[in-house]
Design a protein around this ligand. Structure first.
Ligand SMILES: Cc1cc2nc3c(=O)[nH]c(=O)nc-3n(C[C@H](O)[C@H](O)[C@H](O)COP(=O)(O)OP(=O)(O)OC[C@H]3O[C@@H](n4cnc5c(N)ncnc54)[C@H](O)[C@@H]3O)c2cc1C
Ligand SMILES: *[C@@H]1O[C@H](CO)[C@@H](O)[C@H](O)[C@H]1NC(C)=O
Ligand SMILES: *[C@@H]1O[C@H](CO)[C@@H](O)[C@H](O)[C@H]1NC(C)=O
Ligand SMILES: *[C@@H]1O[C@H](CO)[C@@H](O)[C@H](O)[C@H]1NC(C)=O
Length: 551
């Protein structure tokens, strides 16, 4: 927005600055432990999922820092498939088909992988966000790709024409360190006179002129002061899928009965605010041990060889995002077809996540699950997290008080739809076949098969056993989305229209993961960057700074 000299932009962020420690790819797990950097949400206890966690509650981290969750995330760079966006368009979201959004995916990136740069139909070379591949690889990563070939899958650029197949990880990194939305977009332009940034500033609500239903500004708290700022053009909410609906509701836009119960004066009855909550979940119990010391272990991270590689050359194992080296997209329902949308992703981690020191802590494992995991502490191994890409289940966000400092109630409703259970179990079965390939067996890979605590009454490897297992070790992949759904005006489930304007008031837009009508079949950080790029163009057009034909 600040490219327009006449525009004045104020960016309001609750957190503080990003620093180098946050930008070392391998240790990303540790960031979630910080109270300063992480909002630390917890899901409402359930007897259907997150059963292996303390109080049956999953931890939902969120970045509280300039750059938001792009500073806390695993840097995995995926766009999703063409059909993902074509489905958005079919729901009535004109301008959001793949042919419309592809140019933003190209515009936002500079790709640092020579073998893909030539694919100019899909890849970009001039954007602010660098997308790279680690220069360091364990032998396990190459083996995983060869296992895919053994199973009949192609090796693909999943951000190119076709995403089904096996691939090395592409990450939002440059020179071996994290590229966040802050470092990619904000650093280079911080000196612009028409851009102000205020940190440690928590927005309490959006200010609305009740006579005209026009949004006139926001109120935020900084250094124990309450400050009101006014916008002559518009306010854009980018607080993410948990806090954007929270802020809407605190501002009087939400389900009227819910707001009335909490004593919030409602401005516009919008029953869909906070509904349609989606996330990607994985099963967290698939680790294979290997005999040779070839995997990444936390206890080695701070060894002098690793750190000196990183400090002197920005290379070596510390440049691997959270130990994730490769991934695969598969369609369990049409395994022979290698086109279209996948229903499962395998996230390949070249370490034993059962046996990791930090994983059980950040996942909030209860004592029993921690004990199982810590039996294997320090072992070498590899893991697959099978992710359910198009969940049918929907959750919701609700307020618990008329107060920004009270965290909202998060009900993910994981595995509410039985089809989600079936697809996830098919994903587990497919992942187990990777472990049985000749190339993985050559490492002596052995699947850890301890019965999951709480699932003792089921026969190991039966359907009922796996259903219990996924409801127990339910691992979020942190892709909260959908809670301020985009749809055409007239669609009762829509919160924003296809120009991202909040329906029912004027002068307010939302540009973040909350607008996704349906979650993308991949990690959603790049899709959020795309939404932001497109939002900027939509706004520039509306105010006459950009001709329609240019965009
Ligand atoms: C641990 C983790 C790992 C992830 N790994 C990946 C990955 O590898 N690949 C991938 O594609 N995606 C990943 N994601 C998801 C991805 O990072 C997010 O989907 C994306 O960053 C969401 O962007 P957003 O703009 O919707 O929200 P956010 O990035 O969460 O931004 C919201 C911002 O608003 C601020 N804010 C909120 N409320 C207020 C308020 N009241 N006042 C002021 N400021 C406020 C927050 O502090 C934050 O800076 C991960 C996420 C997490 C948490
Ligand atoms: C990456 O490192 C190279 C060599 O040190 C340097 O020239 C380049 O500017 C760096 N790129 C970025 C975006 O920091
Ligand atoms: C924000 O708050 C933190 C912790 O209170 C403080 O260390 C930091 O200096 C503050 N930053 C700004 C820009 O106000
Ligand atoms: C568990 O794994 C061990 C070692 O690979 C194997 O001997 C045993 O048969 C497995 N148990 C089950 C129930 O599959």
């Amino acid at each position: 927005m600040s490219e327009i000299p006449q525009a004045k932009v104020l960016l309001i962020e609750a957190g503080g600055h990003e620093n180098l420690f946050m930008d070392i790819p391998l240790i990303v797990n540790l960031l979630q432990l910080s109270d300063e950097l992480n909002w630390k949400f917890q899901t409402k206890p359930s007897d259907k999922y997150c059963l292996g966690m303390i109080d049956n509650s999953c931890s939902w981290p969120r970045g509280k820092v300039l750059g938001g969750s792009s500073v806390l995330n695993y840097m995995i760079a995926t766009r999703g498939g063409a059909e993902d966006y074509d489905r958005w368009a079919k729901m009535g979201n004109d301008g959001w088909a793949y042919k419309d959004v592809l140019k933003y995916f190209k515009k936002l990136e500079t790709i640092n992988m020579p073998e893909m740069e030539a694919d100019v139909a899909y890849r970009g070379t001039k954007g602010p966000l660098h997308v790279s591949s680690s220069t360091y690889r364990t032998p396990l990563a190459e083996a995983f790709l060869r296992a895919g070939q053994e199973l009949g899958y192609p090796i693909v650029d999943y951000n190119g024409k076709n995403m089904i197949g096996f691939s090395y990880l592409q990450s939002t990194t440059v020179n071996g360190t994290r590229a966040s939305s802050n470092s990619a977009y904000l650093h280079p332009i911080r000196q612009r006179k028409n851009l102000r940034v205020t940190l440690n500033s928590t927005v309490r609500k959006v200010l609305i002129d009740r006579r005209t239903n026009r949004v006139i500004g926001v109120e935020f708290a900084k250094d124990r002061r309450i400050i009101s700022v006014f916008a002559s053009k518009e306010v854009i909410l980018c607080a993410g899928a948990i806090m954007s609906p929270q802020l809407l509701m605190l501002s009087g836009i939400g389900p009227s009965d819910h707001l009335t119960d909490l004593g919030i004066d409602f401005v516009h009855d919008a029953p869909s605010v906070g509904e349609n909550l989606m996330d990607h979940i994985a099963y967290g119990g698939l680790t294979w041990l290997v005999k040779e010391p070839i995997s990444l272990r936390l206890i080695d991270i701070f060894s002098s060889a690793y750190t000196s590689d990183f400090l002197t050359r920005r290379s070596g194992p510390l440049t691997i995002p959270g130990g994730c080296e490769a991934l695969a997209f598969i369609d369990t329902k049409r395994p022979e077809e290698h086109s279209g949308l996948p229903d499962i992703e395998f996230l390949f981690v070249s370490s034993a996540i059962i046996g990791d020191l930090i994983q059980p802590i950040i996942m909030n494992f209860n004592n029993k699950e921690r004990d199982t995991s810590y039996k294997y502490l320090g072992k070498h191994g590899w893991s697959i997290l099978p992710l359910l890409l198009k969940p049918k289940s929907r959750g919701r966000i609700r307020l618990l008080a008329n107060d920004i400092s009270v965290k909202p109630e998060i009900t993910p409703n994981y595995f509410d739809d039985p089809e989600d259970v079936r697809t996830m179990i098919a994903g587990i079965k497919n992942a187990m076949s990777v472990g049985r390939t000749k190339v993985m067996q050559a490492f002596g890979s052995e699947l850890l098969n301890d019965t999951i605590s709480g699932c003792e009454k089921y026969k190991y490897d039966s359907y009922a056993y796996w259903e219990c297992a996924i409801r127990t070790l339910t691992i979020t992949i942190y892709h909260y989305s959908g809670t301020c759904k985009m749809g055409p005006r007239g669609d009762a489930t829509a919160v924003v229209d296809p120009e991202l304007k909040v329906i029912g008031v004027r002068g307010l837009r939302i540009a973040d993961a909350s607008i996704m009508p349906e979650i993308i079949s991949a990690h959603i950080n790049l899709p959020v960057f795309m939404i932001a790029e497109k939002a900027a163009d939509i706004i520039k057009e509306e105010w006459g700074y950009l001709k329609k034909s240019q965009s």
